[in-house]
Design a protein around this ligand. Structure first.
Ligand code: MCA
Ligand code: AMP
Length: 496
């Protein structure tokens, strides 16, 4: 009996005494012990009534049992659904109601908050970084073997929510094949092997930190320096002992802000990967000047995993995202028809990496996934004669701040619900650390409403990273002749 993803990423390491993780306290976890822990956790899932195909929601700290839980969910034939640890109770309510999980795992301190939004059919267990939560304790008592639930390439392995331009998050259904095919492409392209040591400083609830980094490491049998939080000092200390770093552009601008980053200091490193947000050409160039390394920029989405990458060997060009990954087709279109090289159009993608559709949203799926299998990314790009792709903009109204996606519509909905607010427009302006930062232009009927009061009313609804950094009170919003708010004018006016 086979389980496509489990066999390829996890089962193969049973008996492998090599180090999988090195943690902040210097302790190490071997691959063999990791696989044993997964089996113990899979038993807890089965005992909790998690059946094949069930969703397991995880909003938990970045620690060993949280990644082991990813493996355990796959081994139990269930669907892993990680959530940003910054989400508020009202955001969680939506995800839990929509996904209807049979089990939710949360930090012990959030137990009451999460239980309050779970129905009777959903069990809640806890996991904390000290491994003292109810899930970890239950696992400790179990033998370290579990009969893997068979799953095929088309079965779902994960459900990752991605915010939408309509304001409602959509669950992207990712199959075993979607995840494995992408990990295989990246591991081969970036030449990741068991001689590598990857510094992991990303969160593990998004595609970047969870699948791009962890799945490739597991496939190659590399070592991972697993940092609980991003921290420049630790990163600097780890560079001489490591070979790969995967990060968002903010990682690289922050590293460049530290004079200890030098050519000599990073001489052991083999590969610096950047993605999730545009890497400024000036950062790319400054990083090469300082370290001698050209950052390898790649491009992806939750729905598609990774789509393109600059080459490992060959020219890594600043401001471009490289070529379609092997096995992935990319086309640039105008209303669905491919345009000529050099012309700007919509980036569309097809391949084993492309998701199965949005959870319980067939209409949304039909809008974005064409019948010929091409997915419409919402990103605008240009393809050169040789197939190299550059992203030139986004058709979707999206702000990317420090690698986190923020959809203005979701924030506008919350602001517009406040009594005394007529309307609002949320937009992004350049930010030296996060790339973009969120501002809100608000028109009031109750002019006594102060920005601080608006912020106070917004806070319980939205994770902190989504909060506008400033509320600008305006008499009217700029509109074009069609009545559409001109966010480009707001961006221009307030960019400084
Ligand atoms: C933290 N804060 C932020 C952000 N991060 N505000 C705006 N944007 C952010 N990205 C705020 C906090 O709310 C807090 O606010 C203050 O900054 C300090 O928080 P802290 O956690 O200490 O911040 P940090 O550790 O410095 O975090 C910055 C970071 C982090 C390391 C850049 O944001 C990060 O790990 N970003 C990576 C996101 C990621 O993995 N994206 C991939 C998804 P206050 O002090 O006011 O309370 S996209 C994806 O997966 C696609 C498929 C792809 O292509 O990769
Ligand atoms: P998400 O919805 O979190 O999956 O984020 C995917 C979006 O991030 C893409 O549609 C792009 O807009 C953006 N993105 C990812 N990688 C890059 C990159 N290297 N350059 C520019 N934008 C990127």
């Amino acid at each position: 009996m086979t389980n496509t993803l489990f066999d390829a990423l996890f089962a193969r390491h049973a008996g492998n005494d090599a180090t999988f993780l090195t943690l902040d306290d210097g302790s190490r976890l071997s691959y063999a012990n990791f696989v044993a822990r997964i089996a113990q956790l899979a038993r807890v899932l089965a005992d909790a009534g998690v059946a094949p195909g069930d969703r397991v929601v995880v909003q938990a700290p970045k620690c060993v049992d949280t990644i082991a839980l990813y493996g355990a969910t796959v081994q139990a034939g269930a669907v892993y659904l990680p959530l940003n640890t910054a989400y508020t109770q009202s955001e969680l309510r939506y995800f839990i109601e929509d996904a209807a999980p049979s089990l939710v795992i949360c930090d012990a301190q959030d137990h009451a908050k999460i239980s309050a939004v779970c129905g009777a059919a959903t069990k809640v267990m806890t996991l904390d970084s000290q491994n003292t939560g109810s899930l970890s304790r239950a696992a400790n008592g179990h033998p370290s073997n579990f009969d893997t639930v068979p799953r095929g390439p088309e079965d779902l392995a994960a459900l990752l929510y991605t915010s939408g331009t309509t304001g409602r998050s959509k669950g992207a259904m990712l199959s075993h094949k979607n995840l494995l095919s992408n990990a295989e492409s990246l591991t081969a392209l970036w030449r990741i092997t068991d001689a590598d040591r990857l510094i992991h400083a990303l969160p593990i609830f998004h595609t970047h930190g969870l699948f791009v980094a962890i799945n490739t490491v597991l496939l190659a049998g590399s070592e991972m320096r697993f940092m609980a939080n991003f921290d420049v000092d630790t990163l600097i200390a780890e560079l001489p002992k490591s070979t790969i770093l995967m990060g968002v552009p903010t990682f690289y601008t922050r590293l460049l802000g530290d004079t200890r980053l030098t050519r000599e200091h990073s001489a052991n490193m083999r590969l610096f990967v950047s993605g999730s947000a545009p890497l400024l050409a000036e950062t790319h160039i400054a990083f090469e000047d300082r370290t001698g390394h050209r950052i390898l920029e790649r491009y992806g989405m939750t729905e598609t995993n990774m789509i393109t990458s600059n080459p490992y060997k060959g020219e890594r060009v600043a401001g471009t995202v490289g070529y379609a990954l092997p096995g992935t087709e990319v086309r640039i279109t105008d209303n669905g028809t491919a345009v000529d090289p050099g012309q700007i159009g919509m980036i569309e993608v097809r391949g084993d990496n492309v998701f199965q559709g949005y959870w319980k949203m067939p209409e949304k799926t039909a809008e974005e996934l064409r019948t010929d299998g091409f997915f419409i990314t919402g990103d605008l790009g240009v393809m050169a004669e040789d197939g190299r792709i550059s992203i030139v903009g986004r058709e979707k109204d999206l702000i990317i701040s420090g690698g986190y996606n923020i959809y203005p519509k979701e924030i506008e909905d919350v602001i517009n619900d406040i009594e005394g607010v007529v309307e609002s427009a949320v937009f992004g302006v350049p930010h030296p650390d996060f790339g973009e930062s969120v501002l809100a232009a608000v028109v009031l009927s109750d002019t006594s409403l102060a920005p601080d009061e608006i912020e106070e009313l917004v806070a319980p609804h939205l994770a902190r990273f989504k909060h506008p950094r400033r509320y600008l009170i305006l008499d009217t919003l700029p509109r074009n002749t069609m009545g559409k708010v001109q966010k480009n004018l707001l961006r221009q006016q307030y960019q400084d």
